[in-house]
Design a protein around this ligand. Structure first.
Ligand SMILES: *[C@@H]1O[C@H](CO)[C@@H](O)[C@H](O)[C@H]1NC(C)=O
Ligand SMILES: *[C@@H]1O[C@H](CO)[C@@H](O)[C@H](O)[C@H]1NC(C)=O
Ligand SMILES: *[C@@H]1O[C@H](CO)[C@@H](O)[C@H](O)[C@H]1NC(C)=O
Ligand SMILES: *[C@@H]1O[C@H](CO)[C@@H](O)[C@H](O)[C@H]1NC(C)=O
Ligand SMILES: *[C@@H]1O[C@H](CO)[C@@H](O)[C@H](O)[C@H]1NC(C)=O
Length: 250
């Protein structure tokens, strides 16, 4: 909100400035801003301050480069949930060191959502949200975002975090500050009760806790739709329209 406000004021100021300069000194061309180029996430985080650990992890896992490439090639955009340095130092000692390279990669991918999310969209998300870490079913990489009147909460099943301010947003990339490192279930949470044979249809679930029921029900059903539930609705809608046209004509 206040950002819009500021930018309107800024634009006005710019306009006034432009008018005055063009009238006084004739056509001193403004320095060309140059092509926008690929978004530099490191730069964004550096500018925001207090993200040195995340910057380092983005670099060593190559997720930073991957985001860059993906941003350039995807129309969906991207959202990064960025834990602060404080969030990383609040982890119990050795947490990061206990992870191998692949697990570090998964941890960082878990903070990246392959869709651009504006602040206003948090209210309408369909949980669990699918992240770049993949499988969002209960014991894997579930991420739920819930909102109340004045807060946006995130739960991974292991930690509850709060989404703080927006650090960056350009319609394609959004970066939000979060107060905790989002630890995924797959790496830090309870694991499914043993004796779960190869993925079988939901049929024979015997001794399940309530967690398991949740995963079998809502969780896994929605797992693959994740953020793109809107498209799903559209797909259901289109055949309906055709059916209707068919009924009218034949
Ligand atoms: C991105 O920004 C960082 C820090 O400002 C800089 O070191 C790096 O060279 C930049 N990368 C690109 C591809 O411009
Ligand atoms: C971005 O994508 C376009 C085509 O989709 C490609 O030509 C260009 O080289 C890419 N730029 C970077 C920096 O990856
Ligand atoms: C979000 O978390 C805060 C505490 O961190 C809690 O007070 C609040 O009720 C939570 N809101 C929702 C919608 O879960
Ligand atoms: C996330 O929300 C879904 C749907 O409401 C629920 O089934 C699942 O248990 C939740 N996961 C976590 C980790 O809270
Ligand atoms: C997260 O919040 C839920 C309810 O909002 C609570 O049941 C759970 O114990 C919390 N988990 C942690 C790790 O704080």
């Amino acid at each position: 909100m206040s950002q819009h406000f500021i930018s309107i004021h800024f634009l006005l100021l710019l306009l006034i400035l432009l008018c005055t300069t063009t009238t006084t000194t004739l056509a001193q061309p403004a320095p060309a801003p140059g092509p926008p180029g690929p978004t530099n996430i490191t730069k964004i985080l550096e500018k925001a301050g207090q993200f040195t650990t995340l910057i380092r992890l983005l670099a060593i896992t190559n997720v930073g480069d991957q985001i860059k490439t993906q941003l350039n090639n995807s129309k969906q955009g991207m959202t990064i949930l960025a834990p602060t340095d404080n969030a990383f130092s609040a982890l119990s000692a050795g947490t990061l060191n206990s992870l191998n390279d692949q697990q570090k990669d998964e941890l960082i991918q878990f903070h990246v959502i392959p869709t651009f999310l504006a602040t206003s969209q948090f209210q309408t998300l369909s949980n669990p949200i699918r992240t770049q870490a993949g499988d969002s079913t209960y014991y894997k990489f579930p991420l739920n975002i819930t909102t109340s009147s004045n807060s946006v909460n995130i739960t991974t099943g292991v930690v509850n975090a709060t989404l703080a301010n927006s650090i960056y947003s350009d319609g394609s990339l959004a970066v939000y500050q979060v107060d905790k490192v989002l630890l995924p279930m797959s790496l830090f949470g309870p694991q499914p009760p043993a004796a779960a044979p190869a993925p079988e249809p939901v049929k024979d679930k015997k001794k399940t806790g309530k967690d398991d029921t949740a995963a079998a029900g809502d969780g896994s059903a929605k797992a693959n739709s994740g953020v793109v539930f809107l498209r799903g609705d559209l797909h259901a809608f289109i055949p309906g329209v055709f059916a209707l046209i068919g009924m009218i004509y034949f």
